[in-house]
Design a protein around this ligand. Structure first.
Ligand code: M6R
Length: 625
């Protein structure tokens, strides 16, 4: 939520920053802005800033005009930039970042929770505010410290003094017109990474900000400040005491963060799903046993588990719903799946023998992070399933299983979702193995079946043209319903979420058995209903119940679009449109059945003329509660 970039080095900062913002735009696109500290700032005493409401293209358009009028205006080798997902204040030019006061400029991700009190305090000193944002208190506060008191005239000391007054979650970058060559940055509960180049140093909300320049990065911890110059970086705590950073090498390249010939990242990411599943499985079955990544939980810890909670948001939550079927079936442990945003506020019963599985692509989602913190305060063990190395959620967890989907840029989760579903199966099998609820050969058989899934996912991609045709036909619909049973139910929820977020269409997913308890009243002539059929080779009762549900809605005029296993005669008979997927073990079917629904949502969105990668009002990672 909000993308932040910073640069100090030897190149013109503006180009580096704007290019980095392009890669950060998926984190927020309500407005964008840049600040450069160069000769012009030295002359005027004010950092050179441009910012615009709307997508990055509005900012780059404004910059072209600025530079045409005054080619040297943005000269300088220190700069920073911001793409905003608005929390406080409408997405206007005025509320866009950077915010400026005196010689300072600030960009911010997060929420400054005590901003109202600080604003009142500063107003009492005569400070006049220009925006409706919480962020502006940070820049007014640092300026206040710079002009008065013991920190007067000291850029870094003023920044520390201001930071110590702030509550909430924030990544903040400070620059000052009189101090080119330095950026002071801080993070608390929102992300910030440092990129270390040759004579240049970068800051980014994530490594995509600087991947084209360096693959050497440094992870910051909670409540840390980093001061960067062209020559390197210094990490401290908020009191200024030096702290170690965690250097790491980025293990993917620029190509992974590019569209690779596709119109949208999402379309590329859908196609990358076989690899995402395959890579997530890699190395997790060794010597006939399931092994997790950073398993800081012993087999005894896993044996002691008497209850599993899965906490997550959005698509990650849906992946958790799939996991519940597998975990309960394989381990006979009770497993509850909770929306992370609800979990900690309802006083869940947790203890040392509770395993909390926190699923998050970004590893930054504030709701999930707070759920993890709550679980650990209650002494529960936390296992993170995460797609981002070293993100806050895995850092604060007892164990980690990384999904290896690679960077997911499209706001709608696709390959990360399939990778989460895959990783969750591994968690279930690891528990079953440790607890002895499955014999080693049974675990091995399940794993072999999982290993066969990437090739089947590849085959499902062939449903693309059929889904595209259907999408064009149904793009004008007002409502589309999704039905499923068993593991098909979370798939229905996921299909509906994709359509809502991308095509802004009313879509609801239902457990098919619930239909008669209310939702069937929605069925009217011609209403499209997408049905996820369970395998006819699985539990016969499930399959026949869903056939009955199809007949019930058809009798009331619904148009049935049925996703069914190849060879499912009953589904073929009752479907107005039949989408066939390969046969797979029932528990693993979500890895296949979800894919046509992703393609469908992306195609409906395109047919309706929407930006598939940047749906309105959304951002890739939600770092505020
Ligand atoms: O990064 P996370 O996995 O924690 O994100 C959770 C949700 O915000 C995310 O899955 C969201 O629902 C997606 N946009 C759905 O496509």
């Amino acid at each position: 939520m909000c993308g932040i970039v910073g640069y100090v080095g030897h190149r013109p900062a503006l180009g580096v920053v704007v290019e980095a913002l392009r890669r950060m735009e998926y984190r927020g696109y309500d407005s964008a802005g840049v600040a450069v500290v160069g000769p012009r700032a030295a002359q005027t005493g004010v950092v050179t800033v441009e910012k615009r409401a709307g997508k990055l293209a509005n900012l780059t358009g404004a910059l072209q005009v600025d530079i045409a009028a005054d080619p040297d205006r943005f000269a300088g080798t220190t700069g920073m930039g911001h793409t905003r997902w608005a929390t406080h204040g409408r997405p206007t030019d005025r509320n866009a970042h950077p915010h400026v006061a005196g010689g300072f400029a600030v960009v911010h991700n997060g929420i400054i929770e005590n901003y109202a009190a600080l604003r009142a305090e500063l107003e009492a000193y005569g400070v006049e505010f220009e925006s409706d944002t919480d962020t502006e208190v940070a820049v007014q506060l640092v300026q206040h410290h710079y002009v008065a008191g013991s920190t007067a005239g000291d850029f870094e000391a003023s920044a520390y003094a201001a930071l110590r007054r702030l509550d909430g979650a924030f990544t903040l970058l400070f620059v000052h017109a009189a101090h080119p060559g330095t950026i002071v940055a801080a993070r608390r509960s929102t992300p910030l990474v440092v990129g270390v180049g040759d004579g240049e140093t970068f800051l980014g909300s994530d490594v995509a900000a600087f991947i084209e320049h360096t693959r050497d990065a440094v992870e910051l911890g909670q409540d840390q400040v980093v001061i960067i110059t062209a020559g390197g970086y210094l990490i401290t705590d908020f009191a200024g005491e030096p702290q170690p950073g965690t250097p790491f090498r980025i293990d993917w390249d620029l190509e992974a963060a590019e569209k690779g010939g596709h119109d949208y990242f999402m379309l590329k990411e859908i196609e990358e799903q076989p690899a995402a599943v395959e890579n997530t499985l890699l190395g997790h079955f060794e010597g006939g046993r399931i092994v997790l990544d950073e398993q800081r939980l012993s087999d005894q810890d896993l044996r002691d588990v008497d209850k599993v909670f899965i906490v997550a948001c959005g698509s990650a939550y849906h992946s958790g719903l799939v996991a519940k079927y597998a975990i309960e079936h394989w381990t006979r442990l009770p497993c509850e799946v909770e929306l992370a945003s609800e979990f900690r506020y309802r006083d869940p019963v947790l203890g040392r023998s509770t395993l909390v599985v926190a699923i998050s692509q970004s590893g930054e989602t504030a709701d999930t992070l707070e759920a993890v913190r709550h679980a650990r305060e209650q002494k529960a063990r936390v296992l993170a399933v995460c797609n981002t190395n070293g993100a806050q959620i895995p850092r604060e967890s007892d164990a980690v299983l990384y999904t290896r989907a690679g960077p997911e840029i499209g706001v709608a989760s696709t390959k990360a979702f399939l990778a989460q579903v895959t990783a969750n199966y591994l968690v279930g099998l690891a528990l079953a193995q440790a607890r002895g609820t499955k014999y080693p050969d049974e675990v091995a058989r399940e794993y072999r079946d999982l290993e066969a899934m990437p090739a089947l996912v590849e085959k499902v991609l062939a449903t693309g043209p059929a889904m595209r045709d259907l999408a064009r036909e149904l793009a004008g619909a007002d409502t589309i319903l999704f039905l499923g049973r068993h593991v098909g139910y979370p798939v229905a929820l996921e299909g509906a979420l994709k359509l809502k977020e991308l095509a802004y269409m009313h879509a609801e997913g239902f457990a098919a058995g619930e239909l008669k308890h209310g939702p069937i009243a929605l069925i009217e002539d011609g209403l499209p209903v997408i049905v996820v059929m369970p395998s006819p080779r699985g539990r016969a009762v499930l399959h026949s119940k869903l056939v009955s549900n199809i007949r019930e809605i058809q009798a009331r005029g619904a148009r049935t679009i049925v996703i069914a296993e190849e060879g499912d005669e009953a589904a073929a008979t009752h479907a107005d449109n039949l989408i066939q997927i390969p046969a797979a073990p029932t528990l693993f079917q979500p890895l296949l059945a979800t894919v046509p629904l992703q393609i469908f949502a992306a195609e409906v969105a395109q047919a309706r003329g929407y930006d598939v990668d940047k749906p309105r009002n959304l951002a890739k990672s939600v770092t505020v509660e």
